[in-house]
Design a protein around this ligand. Structure first.
Ligand SMILES: C[S@@+](CC[C@H](N)C(=O)[O-])C[C@H]1O[C@@H](n2cnc3c(N)ncnc32)[C@H](O)[C@@H]1O
Length: 281
């Protein structure tokens, strides 16, 4: 577990980490903040993670209120707004939120922006009821995920849908990290996953969940669907140069077999949940 010191200092480390290099900030080589830059960030993100638009289902939220927790530089946020949703975003990292705001300016779109810690969401974002509460790849990076889930209840009405992505424990990625960086030292897996889960090494907090762990974290919610997706198939040395070549061992795998493997060992656990009626009282 990451939380060996007090949580206040850990959250500071988390903020500093994402400020140093906001998520996906190097997805383009164009001038940061330009339209070309944001277009390229989006194209690369959805090219390598094509399951995201399907999971977010942007069009479905036209005219609805969407709260995104941990918006990063706003790739999904802007797509909710483009689809016609009334978007509210929050992020811990000021560098990330600033880029997200710039992105909305560049495309002439509007959202409500809040800077702060989702573990204390109600101190940061005015409490209102939302149709969708969306958080992709965020809650596993905060020291106390259960606090976020507790806070989320305040923003739920009975019909609210919650869509989350949490990292998967039983995944190709975890196996690969343990083998490639830990030489098989499975007992060091928590530390290894923290170190190597992201493009930038040394994430202060990265949890990863079995389906059972997901159900425990969401024990006060009704989990409607939980499944895995996403194995990153590209050679890293090529990928960092914006070239896309599959690693040899996946290259010859028929597409349906690769998709089958993603369902079993994908790195992204995609969760759809609803509040229990008691939580929204
Ligand atoms: C991997 S990035 C994901 C960003 C975005 N959801 C995406 O998919 O591009 C994780 C984000 O979560 C944010 N984050 C981590 N802990 C947080 C917390 N306690 N409250 C709010 N945001 C947090 C980080 O600042 C970072 O922007």
């Amino acid at each position: 577990m990451a939380v060996t010191t007090d949580s206040a200092s850990v959250i500071d480390q988390v903020r500093a980490y994402w400020n140093r290099r906001p998520c996906n900030v190097r997805h383009s080589t164009s001038p940061v903040g330009s339209k070309e830059y944001f277009d390229e960030v989006e194209a690369r993100k959805y090219f390598v993670e094509p399951h995201i638009p399907k999971f977010a289902d942007f069009e479905r939220w036209r005219g609805k209120k969407v709260l995104e927790i941990g918006c990063g530089i706003g790739t999904d946020s802007i797509n909710f707004a483009r689809a016609g949703a009334d978007v509210t975003v929050v992020d811990l990292s000021d560098e990330s939120l600033q880029l997200c705001e710039t992105r909305f300016d560049v495309y002439g779109l509007k959202a409500h922006f809040y800077l702060g810690d989702a573990e204390e969401l109600s101190k940061v974002v005015p409490v209102e009821k939302y149709d969708l509460i969306y958080s992709f790849g965020v809650i596993h990076h905060t020291p106390r995920p259960e606090r976020v889930m507790e806070q989320v209840k305040l923003y739920c009405k009975p019909e609210t849908e919650i869509r989350l992505m949490l990292y998967s424990k039983w995944s190709w990625k975890v196996l690969w990290i343990i083998l490639a960086y830990g030489k098989g030292a499975i007992w060091r897996s928590d530390e290894l996953v923290r170190e190597y889960s992201e493009a930038q090494t040394g994430s202060p907090v990265t949890y990863y969940y079995s389906f059972r762990g997901v159900r425990w974290l969401l024990r006060d919610y009704d989990v409607v669907d939980v499944h895995k997706d996403h194995i990153f198939p590209y050679r890293i040395d090529k990928y960092v140069k914006y070239e896309y070549q599959w690693v040899w061992y996946f290259r010859w795998l028929p597409t349906p077999w690769f998709a089958w493997l993603e369902r079993r060992l994908g790195w992204h656990t995609l969760i759809t949940a609803r509040p229990r009626s008691a939580s929204t009282a």
